[in-house]
Design a protein around this ligand. Structure first.
Ligand code: FAD
Length: 383
């Protein structure tokens, strides 16, 4: 693996860095307090080509490799995880799934708009009764002539109230577990689909997270994504790559923690000088720095495997597990450096900790990733 960025990758990162510093960092605290990012920023991500990264230009994407995708995702995570999540879901989980599994008609219908930021996607897997145990989902799709009629409920759906299309997973056959599931592209304005925002989140307050209720939602068979009964495979292939972008976002959180904590340690004076000269403060800073570097390298390793066509699912679990736990540690350490000032929202580290906390929960909890890694090591599934 070559750790030196190509000219193109370095240029993409520079554009992302400047955009984040100009358009996102100055607004992130306000968006968090107001409970919503400004969706104009999503259109800007589309104009910059970021929402089309890794998608072929013939499909409306901007091309690029997965390392460039990670670099952009890291920068967005450094600026505001609420913005980063919009891209990770709309591009990472939805557009990439359409690119990988979609028919010509599905690709033409959705990809140019998703890549331009003119439409957003959401990923409807989790249900009130099934989170980690997603293969047991209960939402039901039954055939009716040439259509499918879908009934059920989804919860915790990122972009849920903003999305134009839901990549929805439903049980379409009688086989139990993962075998009976199919994936559907459901336009969000389809009659019978209701969306309700979930309020009171610990973090990611600028991001829309929603419950979806499906009551007789009718879609044609042409809305099915991938073969009938292979929906779980569609979901798992999306998440294997999706976890790479969560990991990259976590590197961004940890990097933001590092920059904030180093800056503050140089400015804040106690005992007659900057707190940076106290060894125990330096320990906090160096712990954050080690976490940033290790998480970044693990994330780049996944991107490298994807781009070279090597197996990457276990590497993706390793990177997501480590980077998400590292982001929480980094934010906690940064808050410690800020002392009592870290506890009030005039300073950024409290938000970074609140936003980091969900990273060990979604796209597979830390426990589930340990089981996935354990299964890869032993060949024995513990779940
Ligand atoms: P549970 O599965 O009930 O787990 C509870 C606890 O039990 C966890 O600690 C878990 O690790 C542990 N546990 C469960 N099973 C085992 C086991 N076999 N061995 C050991 N420990 C176990 N979902 C979507 O489909 N789309 C989205 O866009 C989306 N966005 C989200 C955004 C936010 C802000 C949040 C909070 C969640 C989002 N989710 C989304 C849902 C998320 O993926 C789930 O919350 C996650 O998969 C965990 O499921 P759960 O919350 O039901 O927890």
């Amino acid at each position: 693996m070559d750790l030196e960025l190509s000219e193109e990758q370095a240029a993409v990162r520079q554009v992302a860095r400047e955009f984040v510093d100009r358009e996102i960092v100055p607004n992130a605290g306000r968006w968090d307090r107001e409970g919503s990012i400004d969706l104009a920023v999503v259109r800007q991500l589309g104009k910059l080509g970021f929402l089309g990264l890794t998608i072929d230009e013939v499909d409306g994407g901007s091309g690029g490799d997965h390392l460039a995708y990670c670099l952009v995702t890291e920068e967005l995570g450094r600026g505001d995880s609420a913005v980063r999540g919009v891209l990770s879901v709309s591009l990472g989980l939805v557009a990439k799934s359409i690119a990988a599994w979609g028919s010509e008609q599905q690709r033409q219908e959705w990809l140019p708009r998703l890549c331009a930021g003119e439409a957003l996607g959401c990923f409807g897997l989790t249900e009130p009764g099934t989170g980690s145990d997603a293969a047991n989902l209960a939402t039901r799709a039954r055939r009716d002539g040439g259509d499918w009629v879908i009934d059920g409920a989804k919860t915790f759906i990122t972009n849920g109230t903003w999305a134009d299309v839901v990549l929805l997973f439903a049980r379409s056959g009688d086989e139990p577990g993962h075998r009976g599931i199919s994936a559907f592209l459901v336009p969000a304005d389809t009659p019978g689909l209701e969306r309700r925002e979930i309020h009171g989140k610990l973090g990611l307050r600028g991001q829309a997270t929603a419950e979806l209720a499906l009551d007789g939602v009718r879609v044609p068979d042409s809305a099915r994504l991938g073969p009938e009964g292979k929906g779980f495979k569609v979901a798992m292939s999306a998440l294997a790559k999706g976890r790479m972008s969560v990991a990259a976002g976590c590197v961004g959180i940890a990097q933001a923690c590092l920059e904030a904590a180093v800056g503050y340690a140089g400015r804040r004076e106690q005992f007659g000088g900057p707190i940076a000269r106290h060894q125990l403060v330096q320990e906090l800073l160096s712990d954050i720095a080690v976490d940033v570097s290790a998480a970044r390298l693990l994330t780049w390793q996944v991107a490298d495997h994807v781009d070279r066509g090597l197996p990457f699912a276990t590497e993706s679990s390793v990177a997501k597990l480590f980077a998400s736990e590292a982001a929480v540690r980094a934010a906690n350490n940064a808050l410690q450096v800020f002392g009592g000032y870290g506890y009030v929202d005039e300073f950024p580290v409290g938000k970074l900790l609140r936003d980091a906390r969900v990273m060990t929960l979604y796209e597979g909890t830390s426990q589930i990733h340990k089981l996935l890694i354990g299964r890869a090591l032993t060949g024995v599934a513990a779940f």
